[in-house]
Ligand binder design. Structure first.
Ligand code: ATP
Ligand code: MG
Length: 424
């Protein structure tokens, strides 16, 4: 690759580099932002690599945060309180496949040699406009090639996460994987077991978010052996449900929890293994096997929305990807746009109102509220405070005298006057 004469570097990065260089510390732009600039893609902030040790970086700037002192990273805060990462040149002294112990006092070349991929190991000097590319990352950008720095087998043994990073960057840029890198990756796949669930999850989620074609990322995780080790239910789910993997490419939004839950035969097991949050696990639980609304009539859609609650958008996304969500999507938009009450919170009365109106405290309150909501879902115009309180009182009287507080009958069974509500 013929490198450009200059990269456009933000003023704040130049200021940080100038201050470090004036103090006698060599400082270079490295990593993702350099790569993305060369690919002419929008990029995040430039990371700086410097000969200054972390304590020396902290002394040179007023506001810093020691984000990872043991591996050499200090964040410098600018006036707008944005963080810019400055990392000391380092070399590995000990690795165990999961973590690295590093030492400082290394050269730029040594620092580049411990990076994962050739395309991530190109350095640019922001003041002198020089380039360093000892592993021909520039050539690999031209060739659209993902290749490990150095001996791939050894690099994966140092940190097995690099296997997954290879897959992520290949899927993100639509690059080929260099055959020796691929062979070493499949040969080393057993080592993936030793990684922490959090690192694997972050890689999987970032991969799904950034892949050009998500199904290709899943296919490469499968081919390398990572699905079998970390996401076995995804294989089973695909086979059992006869689902076409390509469907995930049509899922909007591109949401990793949604995609994982859709693919998995047991989303709770998969998301738990990946140590997802309880909220994410609960979300995954609801994504499978929900019934569809009986029809796309307003009443049916209101009842369905009330039943599935916050899960509605995930289900709609899946059915839309399956090509069967269009009419439902329109109906949901119509119902939501109408402002019709859909939850107990939307009712014009609450539990306290019912107690004040004479309903005995206890389970009857919740039961009557649900019956009122059922009625209001049938006909939103019934959401009038006075009317609801009258119905509640009548119901409380009745349940007090005959059912002893048993559950109200659903308003779906029409009462004598045929109005469709059980409450007076
Ligand atoms: P992204 O746009 O996804 O942030 P990135 O290249 O900036 O891409 P990071 O994970 O932020 O990726 O890492 C920054 C740089 O640190 C990489 O470009 C690479 O040089 C190096 N790096 C990160 N993780 C590893 C690793 N596990 N092994 C070796 N080098 C790594
Ligand atoms: Mg980055």
């Amino acid at each position: 690759m013929k490198f450009p004469d200059r990269l456009q570097i933000p003023e704040v990065i130049l200021e940080i580099a100038r201050r470090l260089e004036s103090a006698g510390f060599e400082t270079w732009c490295v990593g993702g932002a350099v790569r993305d600039n060369l690919l002419e893609l929008p990029n995040k902030d430039f990371d700086l690599a410097t000969a200054a040790r972390p304590e020396q970086v902290r002394e040179l700037f007023h506001h810093t945060i020691p984000v990872g002192m043991s591996h050499g990273t200090v964040a410098v805060l600018d006036r707008g309180r944005h963080l810019h990462e400055v990392t000391t040149f380092r070399r590995d002294v000990r690795t165990d496949g999961r973590h690295a112990e590093v030492e400082f006092g290394a050269t730029l070349e040594e620092d580049l040699a411990r990076r994962d991929l050739t395309i991530n190991a190109v350095a640019y000097h922001p003041l002198r406009h020089e380039w360093r590319d000892p592993f021909d990352g520039g050539g690999d950008l031209d060739r659209k090639l993902i290749r490990a720095v150095g001996d791939p087998a050894q690099r994966f043994r140092e940190d097995y996460l690099r296997i997954l990073r290879v897959l992520r960057f290949a899927a993100r840029f639509g690059f080929r994987i260099d055959p020796p890198t691929w062979e070493a990756a499949t040969a080393a796949a057993e080592g993936l077991r030793s990684l922490s669930a959090e690192r694997v999850r972050d890689e999987w989620f970032r991969g799904l978010e950034t892949a050009e074609v998500p199904s290709e990322l899943v296919a490469s995780w499968n081919a390398v052996g990572a699905i079998e080790i970390w996401l076995p239910e995804v294989l089973e789910g695909l086979q059992k449900a006869g689902r076409e993997l390509r469907m995930i490419d049509r899922l909007v939004p591109r949401d990793p929890v949604l995609i994982t839950s859709f693919l998995s035969g047991d989303p709770v097991a998969t998301l738990s293994r990946l140590r997802c949050s309880n909220a994410e696990i609960e979300r995954g639980r609801g994504i499978r096997d929900h019934p569809r609304p009986e029809s796309v009539s307003d009443v049916a859609v209101r009842r369905w929305l009330a039943e599935v609650g916050p899960q509605a958008d995930d289900l709609l996304a899946i059915w839309t990807a399956e090509g069967e969500g269009e009419a439902l999507g329109e109906a949901i938009a119509r119902v939501r746009g109408s402002g019709a009450p859909l939850t107990l919170k939307d009712l014009a009365v609450n539990g306290d109102d019912l107690v004040r109106a004479g309903v005995p405290k206890g389970p009857a309150v919740g039961e009557i509220l649900r019956a009122l909501l059922d009625d209001v879902l049938e006909d939103p115009s019934r959401n009038q405070r006075g009317d609801l309180l009258r119905r509640a009182r009548g119901h409380a009287r009745r349940s007090g005298s005959d059912t002893g507080g048993g559950p109200p009958v659903s308003s779906r069974s029409p009462d004598a006057d045929g109005r469709g509500g059980v409450l007076p």
